[in-house]
Design a binder for this molecule. Structure first.
Ligand code: SAH
Length: 254
């Protein structure tokens, strides 16, 4: 009699232990371990696509700066676009980022980053944060990045994405890029990712001596201009034709 009571008590204990949350988590398909495996394989898939992007879209087209190539291999472009576009994140095309704006195709991001000739110690200003992707690439290459976005919602979202990815050397503000960001000037490099009709004087003023500005200029026909500032002159070199969204004159209500 005593023996059968002990047996029942033992069985009861086993049932209780198996029902503890830890055991349940190990056995159910929704356990965090399996979710982890899913996102790992997603990460591996995107890593493969990113390697291909760097080799076939960027290095193969003549980008040589190893620090730019390393940055493009590092930044998870798929984290900067909305879900419907994730699968196209590494394709050779611009992508919509909302508010009728676009993120440039990867080659153009690499081209502008290389043309700006950025050192590890550089302080860089970007105009047109958009989703924050170009800022992240610059954050990998430079010491400090300041970026200005005229649409508050985009600035807010870019800030969130960059924070989530752990970029501590990038500051984003909502404002008008025509004014630059005088508090942190002069900048060793300035990259503008929206097209003005003419190069804004405030940006030339905020560029350091020996600094470079890379900027698309024009209306329906645009070219990337690489501007170099020396002690006594400004040198402008027209490079490739491009198609960027226009640089707006006013803070708009969205
Ligand atoms: N560099 C971005 C893409 C830029 S798209 C990225 O990596 O995602 C161009 C951006 O410039 C848009 O987000 C647009 O809102 C912004 N823009 C346009 N005019 C501006 C201005 N005057 N000042 C600051 N940003 C501006």
């Amino acid at each position: 009699m005593d023996f059968s009571l002990t047996l029942i008590a033992l069985l009861y204990c086993c049932v209780l232990i198996l029902c503890l949350p830890g055991f349940a988590a190990e056995l159910t398909p929704n356990s965090s371990k399996i979710q982890g495996q899913n996102s790992n394989s997603e990460m591996e898939q995107f890593e493969g696509e990113r390697r291909q992007m760097v080799e076939y879209q960027i290095r193969a087209r003549g980008i040589k700066n190893e620090r730019v190539l390393a940055a493009m291999s590092q930044v998870p472009r798929h984290k900067f676009v909305d879900s419907p576009w994730k699968d196209f994140a590494y394709s050779d095309r611009p992508l919509p980022i909302g508010h009728q704006q676009t993120i440039s195709q990867p080659y153009i991001v690499a081209y502008m980053s290389e043309a700006a000739d950025i050192s590890q110690e550089a302080k860089v200003l970007e105009i047109g944060t958009g989703c924050g992707y170009q800022a992240a690439v610059l954050g990998e290459i430079a010491k400090q990045v300041y970026s200005i976005e005229i649409i508050p919602q985009l600035a807010q979202r870019a800030r969130r994405t960059l924070n989530q990815l752990g970029y501590e050397n990038i500051e984003v503000k909502t404002g008008d890029g025509y004014q630059g960001w005088v508090e942190h000037a002069p900048y060793d490099a300035i990259i503008v990712t929206a097209a003005p009709e003419q190069i804004p004087q405030a940006l030339i003023d905020q560029l350091a001596i020996d600094g470079k500005m890379v900027i698309p200029v024009g209306t329906w026909y645009q070219e990337i201009v690489v501007l170099t500032k020396t002690e006594d002159r400004i040198v402008e070199e027209k490079t490739i034709p491009v198609r960027f969204v226009p640089m707006r004159r006013k803070l708009l209500k969205w």
